[in-house]
Design a binder for this molecule. Structure first.
Ligand SMILES: Cc1cc2nc3c(=O)[nH]c(=O)nc-3n(C[C@H](O)[C@H](O)[C@H](O)COP(=O)(O)O)c2cc1C
Length: 217
């Protein structure tokens, strides 16, 4: 059970694969976050899986359960950590689709959330390009994405016995998580910036096209 005032962090991997390297990295991030004093809520991308975004489906049936679960997880936590694969130099389509559906809620659940982006890949790039593409929609939605991202290259070799095989990498990973958590912690207790989220500047607010969240009171 989490203690009053304790930072609550959502941790998930954006892969559906049982043997996902990103799930292993997300689990490691969760353990580090717990050790740092945060309450960790672990979720699975399966919970957030949605049919392809379709405005007609939204009108007929509303927002699907996968995006509802994502919104609930975001609403119940102060910050999120996602470990995402890189597919063809970008983010996985399933994650973008869940973000697109999630962005249809009002208030819009990503707005003002602190987020840390991780990736793991067998490649030498570690999936880092995917994180730059993921940063874009999240920042567009008002999430405060931490400047430092962690991309684990050759992850099939670099992940060993629930830790990173290289102690220097492990120490750097832990510092990255701890630094992110201390910012999220400060923001939880000392909210310092209020802003109005407007999806499309210039679009007049009105029923059906209203994509504006006002400045919170
Ligand atoms: C469709 C597809 C595209 C991929 N594109 C890239 C890529 O651009 N860069 C990269 O580093 N790895 C790429 N990979 C390899 C993934 O990084 C690798 O499969 C990884 O293990 C997936 O993450 P997971 O283990 O968490 O499921 C791709 C894999 C698939 C299936």
């Amino acid at each position: 059970m989490d203690k009053p005032g304790q930072l609550k962090v959502l941790v998930f991997a954006a892969s559906l694969r049982a043997e996902s390297l990103n799930r292993k990295l997300a689990e490691l991030a969760g353990r580090v976050a717990e050790k740092s004093g945060a309450a960790v809520v672990v979720a699975s991308m399966r919970d957030f899986d949605c049919p392809s975004y379709d405005g007609d489906l939204e009108t007929a049936q509303g927002i699907p359960t996968g995006a509802q679960a994502l919104k609930r997880c975001l609403d119940e936590t102060d910050a999120f950590i996602v470990s995402s694969p890189e597919y063809n130099g970008s983010m996985p389509g399933g994650l973008k689709n869940a973000i697109d559906w999630g962005s249809r809620f009002r208030p819009q659940p990503f707005d003002g959330k602190h987020g840390l982006l991780l990736s793991a890949s067998p490649s030498m790039g570690g999936g880092n390009r995917g994180l730059w593409s993921l940063r874009m929609p999240l920042e567009h939605l008002g999430a405060r994405i931490y400047p430092d991202m962690f991309s684990l290259a050759m992850a099939h070799k670099a992940l060993a016995d629930g830790e990173l095989a290289d102690p220097t990498h492990q120490a750097r990973f832990e510092k990255n998580i701890e630094a992110f958590l201390s910012l999220a912690e400060a923001a939880k207790h000392y909210p310092c910036m209020k802003r109005a989220w407007v999806e499309f500047p210039g679009e007049p607010p009105g029923t059906g096209v209203d994509r504006v969240d006002p400045v919170p009171a």
